[in-house]
Design a binder for this molecule. Structure first.
Ligand code: DAH
Length: 336
């Protein structure tokens, strides 16, 4: 094998490598020029059969040619890989170097914020959170709570009855959760039950057919009005400020005896002091304990209920209840 033959083999191979337009083409070129049946392999295999004086020169030349072809293959492989990656990136219109779309962060609704604060104050006193259905029975909402037939709140003009059935209605208060929980558990019971309630009220700045209440119930041995008052004082001071005072005013609720309105001190814009009526409360009527299967000789209890939305209005200085339910982000974002 003469040197010019090897030159030809090498330049033919280098030309094919340079002409390969894709990695797949280049692979065929590699097999054709460096594979077992390639002219170069034939030359290398034939070296042993050459006259001894030619072996060294031909062997050296053939190895140089092989190295040149392998280097050219490696260089072209790198080039074609870069080109194919570039083409793939161009096809894909995603620019991975651009900043991502910002995902707006949500925040808790002001009513939820106040609810959680109220829950936390009572959880810290050892109360637990209880839940009850919004579609209730007349028995749970009224009868078991000592509210006699013919009471105005039982009338369809005040209450939403569901599907025209007299025994299914949207609860008008969270108090039925007291009944369900007393039926389901034994004293000592300390619970707080927040949730939505429904009444046939026209919508205005302070009324909505749907609003929120939070019920509290404590049933244990030896509970008195003093425990109720201490709990209310602590609750409202934690919620609205340690300078608050409370006043219990006689009132009437069917399910408590005696019953009170809980008034909380405040100072108006002009610095004048006054009282806000923020909760109803009282000692659980023995009839209510009995209806729920609790021994009213052994246990006494106190209960309280307040409007969450009204407290949120005071807490955040919001003058119109409707703002809470219209879900206008420009309003809600102020509490985020
Ligand atoms: N359920 C009453 C209402 O809707 C509020 C209330 C008053 C709840 C006295 C109580 C309570 O637990 O003891 O007006």
């Amino acid at each position: 094998m003469s040197a010019p033959d090897l030159d030809q083999i090498q330049s033919g191979a280098l030309a094919d490598v340079a002409a390969a337009g894709s990695l797949a083409d280049l692979e065929s070129v590699r097999v054709a020029h460096t594979g077992r049946r390639s002219p170069l392999a034939t030359v290398l295999a034939g070296i042993g059969g050459l006259p001894p004086e030619q072996r060294g020169t031909v062997g050296k030349a053939a190895n140089l040619a092989r190295r040149a072809v392998e280097e050219a293959l490696a260089a072209r492989t790198a080039e074609l890989e870069a080109e194919e990656l570039g083409a793939a990136l161009e096809r894909d219109t995603t620019d991975v170097t651009l900043p991502g779309d910002p995902h707006p962060l949500g925040a808790l609704h002001p009513i939820t914020q106040v609810r959680q604060e109220m829950e936390d104050i009572l959880l810290a006193l050892g109360y637990r959170i209880a839940d009850g259905p919004e579609i209730e029975t007349e028995w749970h909402v009224f009868t078991a709570l000592n509210t006699p037939a013919g009471h105005p709140s039982r009338s369809p003009s005040d209450t939403f009855f569901v599907g025209g059935r007299p025994d299914r209605l949207l609860r008008t208060q969270t108090s039925p959760v007291q009944v369900r929980e007393m039926q389901a558990s034994e004293p000592p019971i300390y619970l707080v039950a927040p949730g939505a309630v429904y009444r046939r009220d026209d919508i205005d700045a302070t009324h909505s057919p749907m609003f929120h209440q939070m019920e509290g119930l404590a049933v244990d041995e030896g509970l008195t009005m003093a425990h109720l008052k201490g709990t209310m004082l602590h609750f409202f001071r934690e919620l609205l400020g340690s300078e608050r005072e409370i006043l219990l005013q006689p009132h009437f609720f069917p399910f408590t005896e005696p019953s009170v309105d809980v008034q909380v001190s405040y100072t108006d814009k002009n610095g004048r002091p006054g009282w806000l009526e923020l909760a109803g409360a009282g000692m659980v009527d023995p009839n209510v304990l009995a209806h729920a299967g609790i021994d009213s000789e052994r246990y006494t209890g106190f209960a309280f209920g307040c409007g969450l939305d009204r407290i949120a209005m005071i807490r955040f200085g919001v003058p119109d209840l409707r703002l809470f339910f219209e879900n206008d982000l420009r309003f809600l974002e102020q509490f985020a």
